[in-house]
Ligand binder design. Structure first.
Ligand SMILES: [Zn+2]
Ligand SMILES: [Zn+2]
Length: 260
């Protein structure tokens, strides 16, 4: 019986290995790694990635540049934020960008498991003490983009984070306008481009009323998308919005999650 049992266990391992190939490939560079690596990232990628540290903007969570004197970033000093507080996990830099692009555009949906874990680890130590949330809501994709891409990467991340926080994940936001690419637009133009671009479907109005929302996106740059989402949620009755992004860009040509 023992032999049969161990044969079944070995078969189960084999099947799991086949279903979760990221267990043997680094999700950053594709190098073969063993399963003990955190977030399925090899040592090289872990050392190249810039993870968020103490030097982050106290409002949006973006990593602050070396030598920057203030505790609030330039964007947050320019625009009034619609969300209460933002957090991010890493810089949207060269190495990080490669991984996130593969996750978004090359059907690497299974990255969500590891990246969701990374996002959860970012806020778990401060959850309930510094921030709280009742519901997790992803930044939505317009249905046309969703049909083209097949999945919304922010939604996959939101599901992973919500499961770990034991909170419900709700698609309480929809994108009503298929906005134009915003990479060449200024901060103010981006904001105008997003006017009225989001809505809360009627069936979610009662669910978000007086609730604190944890808004999830993959990339945060100017913050115009997060602001538009937070404004929409709060005008529909949410009491507060906290943002958690996977990566945040500085002035290095990075763009908001929907703009690539
Ligand atoms: Zn790697
Ligand atoms: Zn900021």
């Amino acid at each position: 019986m023992k032999i049969v049992g161990s044969a079944i266990a070995a078969l189960a391992d084999f099947v799991l290995d086949a279903v979760f190939p990221a267990n043997i490939y680094c999700i950053g560079c594709g190098a073969v790694i063993d399963k003990s690596h955190p977030y399925s990232l090899c040592g090289r990628c872990l050392s190249h990635f810039h993870f968020a540290s103490d030097r982050t903007c106290l409002k949006c969570g973006k990593l602050l540049e070396e030598g920057y004197q203030h505790s609030i970033c330039r964007d947050c000093r320019t625009f009034e934020r619609e969300f209460e507080r933002g957090y991010t996990c890493m810089l949207y830099g060269l190495y990080e960008k490669e991984m996130i692009r593969a996750f978004k555009y090359k059907d690497r949906c299974y990255y969500a498991y590891y990246l969701g874990e990374l996002m959860y680890d970012r806020i778990a130590p401060i959850f309930e003490e510094e921030i709280r949330a009742d519901i997790v809501v992803p930044v939505p994709l317009h249905r046309k983009k969703l049909a083209k891409r097949g999945y919304n990467q922010a939604e996959l991340l939101a599901q992973e984070v919500a499961a770990r926080l034991f909170l419900p994940e709700k698609k309480a936001l929809i994108r009503t306008v298929n906005t134009k690419p915003m990479s060449r637009l200024s901060g103010i133009e981006r904001r105008e481009n997003l006017q009225g671009a989001f809505a809360v479907p009627p069936q979610y109005i009662s669910e978000i009323k007086q609730k604190c929302i944890l808004l999830i996106d993959d990339i945060f740059t100017s913050g115009s998308t997060a602001d538009a989402c937070a404004r929409t949620l709060k005008s529909a009755g949410a009491s507060a919005v906290v943002l958690l992004s996977l990566a945040a860009g500085g002035n290095s040509g990075a763009r908001d999650g929907d703009e690539l």
